[in-house]
Design a protein around this ligand. Structure first.
Ligand code: DWN
Ligand code: SAH
Length: 392
């Protein structure tokens, strides 16, 4: 049974960066639910993939050195440990991972045509389509089986998980490995990052919920790695149950035990999370209003999907946060979804004109702090909303 635990208000599409602000842009309810049987956490309103992921999708994986490095390191690990004849990436975006593989050894699936174009131009065989059974059958016809499938921050974006895994099973070889990587629900609960929920993030996986789901397909997790990326992610190594090539490692039990210890299998945990999120909203508004009263100026740093959730949930507009800055060409000179806040292109010393910078891209704090030493030296301060709002 799905039990409701948090209402994040009405939210625009998290990546609908408009050239002209419009108060009339489509908005949808964002409500969070916990399934008491499968233990899956999800949002209720499902927006068709074609509406969210189109030929103007602005998010580019390669925009941070942190992620470029993470994908590079993973690529070396994959080559060393698995040495795949063929790697298939689902949600290959602008090729941040594919770029590390030979062109005849890696193929991509990326439905956003503007992004698929980038890897196609580099001669990586790229399907600009949505992952489903039809596409999987098509790939199987051309490439037969695949011995390594990788997908980061993508499967949680697809509503029909039954079709997702049925399609994966169809094409994964008997001795093959499926690696998926997504924000960790445990880290999200611990950090109180309610902003991991937006219309694209239909699910936030826990190892518990994913194990339950995989059972239906005779698939199992055989290793789990905790990663610092995106505020704390889990990388799951998955195989067919019949595949005896890999042993199930202790890391799997360790993660599940940790999740149980932190109550991820119990509804009360999510009720507590909701209470903390409401408190977080109140505190954040108090901090921003105090800064405004003192006639100081705030800029948002990193126009992330997460920041869209925060600003729309907390009803923050340009009277409290003047502008945002972002390095993504497609986001520059547009407005933060749902808000009349203009996004300025990043240039060195842009922060000079502001007293505070709200860390929209809090998951890249280390990278950003290293880059903005001058701002900090000259007395500028960052504001974060996690785990509870504060000036740092
Ligand atoms: O799951 C998803 C993740 C992987 O990416 C998607 N559904 C949507 C998107 O979520 P996000 O927008 O919250 O992702 P990021 O990776 O936290 O976005 C970082 C943003 O900050 C980018 O727009 C680039 C920008 N940035 C910047 O302007 N200066 C980032 C860094 C590190 C910087 O120094
Ligand atoms: N894998 C990248 C990109 C994550 S952003 C990374 O980790 O940085 C989410 C990606 O999922 C987008 O590139 C989007 O186009 C892709 N996506 C969304 N729905 C999809 C679907 N049904 N099939 C395949 N890819 C999808």
């Amino acid at each position: 049974m799905n039990k409701f635990f948090l209402d994040l208000g009405v939210q625009p599409l998290a990546n609908n960066f408009l050239k002209k602000y419009s108060a009339k842009q489509p908005k949808y309810n964002l409500k969070l639910y916990f399934n008491t049987k499968s233990k899956m956490v999800s949002i209720s309103k499902r927006i068709p993939s074609s509406v969210m992921f189109n030929s103007k999708y602005p998010y580019r994986s390669s925009m941070s050195s942190t992620m470029r490095t993470s994908f590079k390191e993973l690529s070396s690990e994959i080559k060393k440990k698995f040495n795949p004849k063929l790697l298939l990436e689902i949600g290959s975006n602008d090729g941040a991972l594919l770029n590390n593989f030979d062109k005849d050894k890696a193929i991509g699936v990326e439905p956003c045509k503007n992004l698929a174009k980038i890897t196609k131009a580099k001669r990586y065989y790229t399907y600009d389509d949505y992952w489903d059974f039809k596409l999987s059958s098509e790939i199987k016809k051309k490439f037969k089986e695949v011995d390594l499938i990788y997908s980061a921050n993508t499967l949680t974006h697809i509503s029909n998980l039954n079709e997702v895994f049925k399609s994966l099973k169809l094409i994964l070889s008997d001795e093959g490995c499926l690696i998926i990587e997504d924000p960790s629900l445990l880290e999200c609960i611990k950090k109180n990052s309610y902003d991991q929920f937006y219309n694209e993030h239909i699910y936030v996986f826990s190892a518990i919920a994913l194990t339950n789901l995989l059972k239906k397909f005779n698939l199992e997790i055989f290793d789990i790695k905790n990663l610092p990326t995106h505020g704390g992610s889990l990388r799951y190594f998955i195989k067919k149950r019949s595949n005896k090539k890999y042993n199930v490692k202790f890391s799997v039990k360790k993660q599940i035990d940790k999740e149980i210890k932190n109550g991820l299998d119990k509804f009360i945990t999510y009720k507590d999370f909701a209470t903390k999120s409401t408190k977080s909203k109140k505190l954040f508004l108090e901090i921003l209003k105090k800064i405004k009263k003192d006639n100081k100026k705030i800029i948002g740093y990193g126009a992330t999907a997460k920041a869209v959730t925060v600003l729309n949930y907390c009803n923050i507009d340009h009277d409290l946060i003047k502008n945002f800055t972002d390095t993504t060409p497609e986001k520059i000179n547009t407005f933060l979804p749902g808000k009349n806040i203009k996004i300025l292109g990043y240039k060195k010393d842009i922060l000079k004109k502001y007293d505070y910078a709200f860390l929209g891209a809090w998951n890249f704090k280390k990278e950003i702090f290293a880059k903005e030493k001058n701002f900090l030296k000259k007395g500028g301060r960052f504001i974060t909303h996690l785990p509870l709002p504060k000036i740092i």
